[in-house]
Design a protein around this ligand. Structure first.
Ligand code: ATP
Ligand code: MG
Ligand code: MG
Length: 357
């Protein structure tokens, strides 16, 4: 039986491993960050995937990424560089925040002229959780840092109404299946909470599916992909793409009959993909830089995923999936969290309550 090897052994790799168990798919999440001379016993029919877009080059990562069954191999580098990712979106006419490459000739005044008084520079590679971003503000005479030239893009600041994401899957045969849109709240560039599904987003579902289908077909992609968007009125603009299972899809563990991790494995292994059934509306709260609080386990509608990582400020160390069997139970649980959680959670928890007001 083929094994599925995952480049990376963080929480996404762990949740993929867990999802393989009921189907007896042997998933091995591989640490590719710690230097080693080790090589793995890969078989020719094994399958390789990744939980991240980028990894350091080593004998081990090369062994995995040059295997003939490294699914979506060329996609990773293409999407890991914001320059080629944004170029792809432009090429297939999928709307995205207006942008340009910042090279040796880029003049900051032209950026303000083209994009307005607030411009967001993003490192082409390596950024996540809002790291690798630099705001240019005309009012503060913001200048391009010299060591960002050729290594960054500049984007128009989007005055979005809110942020949503779509998680979908594509099979080898080109069949695409999607979860309902997810509403996301980011704070300081990092995802704090998600809510899905929401009836009030239904009218955007077809638009979002059309965009992500076009992207996945163009890339001949196989597996789960996530598309982060800005909602501006009734229009969606792609913020960025992730060629993997995604934090904004974690609610599917509690809310659907088949979560994003199993869908990804099924697509990789050529197993049939059903339309996932939504059993519950869900709220996901990311646990960021806080210690495990045993009181969370007493909430009647909560499921805790604790990643068992060292707690550091700004680090994702777990998430809580709260199902919404009724609004009263949700409100009770969120009120309890308001008293238990530190100050940086008060805005996201209030945001959740406002959605259910
Ligand atoms: P992730 O952890 O999702 O991979 P990231 O570091 O790759 O994050 P982005 O998703 O590009 O970064 O941006 C992080 C957040 O910053 C967005 O979710 C959004 O809240 C804000 N943001 C990004 N681009 C813009 C923009 N052009 N205008 C306004 N806000 C933006
Ligand atoms: Mg990103
Ligand atoms: Mg993002």
């Amino acid at each position: 039986k083929p094994k599925v090897w995952v480049l990376g052994n963080g929480q996404l790799g762990a949740m993929l491993t867990h999802a393989g168990e009921p189907l007896a798919i042997d998933v091995r999440a591989v640490d590719i960050m710690t230097p080693t001379d080790e090589i793995l016993p890969l078989a020719p029919h094994d399958i390789i995937t990744a939980e991240r877009e980028q990894w350091p080059e080593s004998a081990l990562s090369l062994q995995l990424s040059t295997h003939p069954h490294f699914v979506n191999g060329p996609v990773f580098s293409r999407l890991a560089d914001r320059y080629s990712q944004k170029s792809l979106l432009d090429q297939i006419l999928v709307p995205t925040a207006p942008w340009t490459l910042v090279d040796d000739k880029t003049d900051v005044e032209n950026l303000y002229q083209d994009f307005g008084p607030r411009v967001l520079m993003k490192r082409r590679t390596g950024g996540y959780d809002g790291k690798g971003q630099h705001w240019l503000k005309q009012a503060e005479a913001g200048e391009i840092p010299h060591d960002w030239r050729n290594l960054a893009i500049a984007e128009q600041a989007i005055n979005f109404d809110e942020e949503v994401s779509l998680v979908g899957v594509r099979t080898r045969e080109g069949q695409c299946v999607f979860y309902p849109l997810t509403l996301n709240l980011h704070q300081d560039g990092i995802l704090m909470a998600s809510i899905s599904p929401l009836t009030r987003l239904n009218h955007l579902q077809a638009q979002a599916e059309g965009m992500l289908s076009a992207i996945m077909h163009e890339l001949e992609y196989v597996g789960v992909m996530a598309m982060e968007c800005f909602r501006v009125g009734d229009n969606l603009l792609v913020n960025e793409l992730a060629p993997r299972v995604h934090n904004s899809g974690h609610w599917t563990q509690a809310g659907t009959h088949m979560d994003q991790f199993q869908l990804h494995l099924r697509a990789l292994c050529g197993i049939a993909i059903p339309q996932p059934q939504v059993n519950f509306q869900c709220v996901m709260v990311n646990l960021i830089g806080i210690e495990n609080d045993p009181r969370w386990l007493s909430l009647p509608n909560a499921e805790l995923y604790w990643y068992n990582k060292e707690v550091r400020p700004g680090r994702k160390v777990g998430h809580l999936n709260l199902s919404v069997p009724n609004t009263v139970m949700l409100k009770d649980s969120i009120s309890a969290l308001q008293t238990w959680m530190p100050s940086q959670y008060q805005a996201p928890l209030a945001w959740i309550l406002a959605e259910f007001a």
